[in-house]
Design a protein around this ligand. Structure first.
Ligand SMILES: [Zn+2]
Length: 773
């Protein structure tokens, strides 16, 4: 590598110098990472905050004509959100031209002749988007982009020149810059203490925490929006490479192919692309002597929440490298490796795990090496096969624009519906580059009359797959570990049907509609309407555990967007008691009972270790006795039942997976709309069920069922997957229990799931004594 660089360097540099006017001052020397960071990326125990990394990328772009620096906007907490364009100087000078060529391939309807399409295929460059560090405790991802950018800016090998000539790389060094700083600050503060290497006691994305990479269709967070608006929808990458880390006791590196199931609306050619590219990276790294690489394991490709590009003509190549303890090395002897992982055994050789890692020390240097070499291998492969990537991209978009024969013609969305929810749903489709039209006259469909102005999404357009997967119900396959055995767990949730989540009516039209449609329109955006406050504004406390719960972040996000006033409540405040003097309502977000009670382990310094403890439990019981309302969401309901000794049984307590399973699904929810909590709701709604309890009252004189699951198990599932629905048929989903002068509202569902389930927000808002909308 070094020898090649020395040999190739001078000739290449001379060639470039010859083209430049003699008077121009020599460009500044390209800064090494060490010159700005103060250490070599990958050195043990060395992390820096985001502004230092930004300084490096700015300096690099200033010195190198292969690197352009762009600030796309500001993050949630106000940091610069940046991207680098990396390519040959010639390509960078004509970026706008290549953007236009690629936009044509992304929407083949613009080509008037086949000659124009052929020219675009010949002239275009492969567009690759590499995103790193969305999960901020996966700290190799903070540093690998530095090494990759420096290498591409300085290396003069033939392989690097091929990359620069054939590929336009957009590199987002961090999809969550705020988290880079949060984790680096925490790590540096705890260095040398018993807490060294532990995760910080707060969410590393202010609202979404680890769910920030489940936001690629809901687009709730500014970082997601900036990436989609400024990169995905402008540059239409053929290849997206998302750099992650996983646990330390499995493979050293995961690369695609993904496990089944693949979501059925993804074009088959994209799955082929995923498979070949992941495998070629694995092959390349194996050739370099890297071991412990698994493919076709652990990760499936079911949800659009993590894979925007699978619905926009490109492939998503996830890489997951084994972690250390943040930047602190770990020792993993061979016999501490897992004996069984999904799809392979880390201790045994198999076709998709050809060369096991022998165990031993694992450091940040190993991590950045696997990540940087992996990204470089991806770029090399795409550079070698540029024409195939462009041509397949064009094929995928052509097929989508023509429409798939077995797909419905369109979705019809009546305009007169709850305006906030309808607007939120249409805005998601719009941001996903879906064309939305309006009917120019009234028309009939399945015996129903629809007014002029009705929205119509025709499924013959470049991004039809995105619209279809979000508008239809999911039928997750019934996958078992062996016939009639326990379920094979999906990697994440199984449903993403927006009309159900948002309470919007969308009707499928199988055949062409007999009505004229407008050109694509931009739907009017309607801001959330704050729930009407009662005569006296309730004092709302939202429990915030140091064992950071993502649902707490989502609750904050929903409250802030809907202008619901609240105060965050930490352990010491709960433990101090006298809670009813300060609050009318306390909300426990979705969190495991043990995390609420015991919190973080004693290795954490004060005030982070320990949860609310027995004093906190007593204080909450007293709060309710004094007249307070305790709202417990999903898993925290189990805590409330235990801590307040409520006469309620969770019928799913200790029930094993094989007897009941629903890993994130949408169920039919029947509501008693005469209750204050369900006031204004339809009698039948849809509820998000995920690791939820289901309730049976043991004393009906003090409890009232606000919502229940249908008596008929066949009517339960609306989207996703459920095994043995009869276990919860007819059971309470939302239960009010009176105790002392107060009450507890138990939710056996997630009313404000990931900022998406607008349909059931009113149930949460009403629980606060507020009237929604
Ligand atoms: Zn991750």
């Amino acid at each position: 590598m070094l020898a090649g660089l020395l040999l190739a360097g001078p000739g290449f540099a001379q060639q470039r110098r010859a083209q430049k006017p003699a008077a121009r001052p020599a460009p500044p020397a390209i800064p090494t990472p060490r010159s700005v960071l103060g250490f070599e990326p990958g050195d043990d125990r060395k992390l820096v905050e985001w502004p230092v990394l930004v300084r490096y990328f700015e300096a690099l772009a200033k010195a190198s004509d292969r690197v352009d620096y762009r600030e796309l906007g500001k993050t949630t907490l106000g940091a610069p959100f940046i991207a680098l364009a990396i390519s040959s100087p010639q390509n960078l000078k004509r970026l706008d031209y290549f953007r236009q060529v690629n936009a044509g391939l992304a929407d083949p309807r613009v080509f008037k002749t086949s000659r124009a399409a052929r020219d675009a295929l010949n002239n275009g460059k492969a567009i690759v988007l590499i995103t790193s560090s969305i999960h901020s405790t996966e700290v190799g991802g903070h540093l690998s982009p530095v090494l990759l950018a420096y290498r591409l800016a300085t290396d003069t090998s033939a392989a690097t020149r091929a990359i620069l000539d054939n590929v336009i790389l957009w590199l987002v060094p961090s999809l969550n810059p705020d988290g880079v700083t949060i984790v680096a600050k925490w790590y540096n503060r705890t260095l040398g203490t018993g807490a060294e290497g532990l995760s910080p006691p707060e969410l590393y994305h202010h609202y979404a925490g680890h769910d920030n990479n489940r936001d690629w269709y809901a687009f709730t967070q500014v970082e997601t929006r900036l990436t989609v608006d400024s990169l995905y929808n402008v540059w239409h990458p053929q290849v997206v490479h998302d750099i992650h880390q996983m646990g330390s006791t499995g493979a050293r590196l995961f690369l695609p192919p993904y496990l089944d199931p693949v979501e059925p609306n993804v074009d088959p050619l994209l799955i082929d692309g995923v498979n070949v590219l992941g495998m070629s990276m694995a092959w390349e790294l194996a050739g370099q002597g890297k071991t412990g690489i698994s493919t076709n394991s652990t990760y499936d490709a079911w949800t659009p929440a993590r894979a925007y590009q699978h619905y926009h003509g490109g492939v998503r190549i996830l890489s997951e490298t084994a972690s250390a303890d943040l930047a602190t090395p770990v020792d993993v002897p061979f016999d501490r490796l897992e004996a069984r992982e999904r799809g392979f055994n880390p201790r045994e050789r198999s076709w998709n795990f050809t060369n096991p890692w022998r165990g031993g020390r694992w450091t940040l240097r190993d991590i950045v090496s696997y990540q940087t070499e992996g990204a470089y291998a991806l770029l090399s492969q795409v550079a070698r096969t540029r024409e195939r990537w462009l041509s397949n991209f064009f094929t995928v978009e052509t097929r989508a624009a023509r429409g798939w024969r077995e797909w419905p013609y369109a979705y019809v969305i009546p305009a007169r519906q709850d305006s906030v929810a309808l607007s939120a749903m249409l805005d998601i489709l719009r941001r996903g580059d879906v064309e939305i039209r309006r009917a120019l006259q009234s028309f009939s469909l399945q015996g129903q009359r629809y007014n002029a102005g009705t929205y119509v999404v025709v499924l013959r357009q470049p991004y039809a797959a995105f619209a279809k997967t979000l508008l239809e119900a999911q039928h997750y396959p019934d996958r078992r570990q062996y016939p009639n055995g326990p379920p094979e767990r999906p990697y994440d949730v199984t449903a993403h049907t927006l009309p159900l989540l948002m309470g919007v009516n969308a009707i499928v039209a199988n055949d062409s509609l007999r009505v004229q449609l407008s050109s694509p329109i931009t739907p009017r955006f309607v801001n959330p309407v704050p729930p009407a406050l009662g005569d006296s504004v309730p004092r709302i406390g939202l429990y915030q555990s140091y064992d950071a719960a993502i649902d707490e972040g989502w609750t904050r996000w929903v409250f802030e967007n809907w202008k619901v006033p609240y105060v965050s409540l930490v352990d010491s405040v709960v433990r101090a008691g006298k809670l009813h003097d300060q609050f009318d309502v306390i909300i426990l977000p979705d969190q495991a009972p043990r995390e609420i009670l015991d919190g973080l382990p004693r290795r954490y310094p004060a005030p982070y270790a320990g949860g609310i403890g027995p004093e906190g439990s007593d204080a909450l019981r007293q709060f309710v006795a004094d007249g307070g309302t305790l709202v417990a969401l999903n898993e925290s309901s189990r805590f409330a039942i235990q801590a307040l000794l409520l006469p309620v049984r969770n019928v799913l307590e200790a029930v094993p997976d094989e007897d009941f399973y629903a890993p994130g699904s949408i169920f039919r929810l029947e509501l008693d709309t005469t209750t204050a909590v369900a006031r204004g709701m339809p009698k039948e709604a849809s509820g998000w069920f995920q690791g939820s309890p289901a309730f049976e009252s043991l004393d009906t004189t003090v409890s009232h069922v606000i919502g229940k699951w249908p008596d008929d198990p066949a009517r339960l599932l609306l989207s996703g997957w459920v095994m043995h629905p009869e276990r919860i048929a007819g059971k309470a989903a939302i239960l009010e229990v009176r105790q002392g002068s107060g009450r507890v509202i138990l939710f056996g569902m997630r009313p404000q799931y990931r900022g998406q389930s607008i349909a059931t927000y009113p149930l949460l808002f009403n629980s606060l004594h507020l009237t929604a909308r």
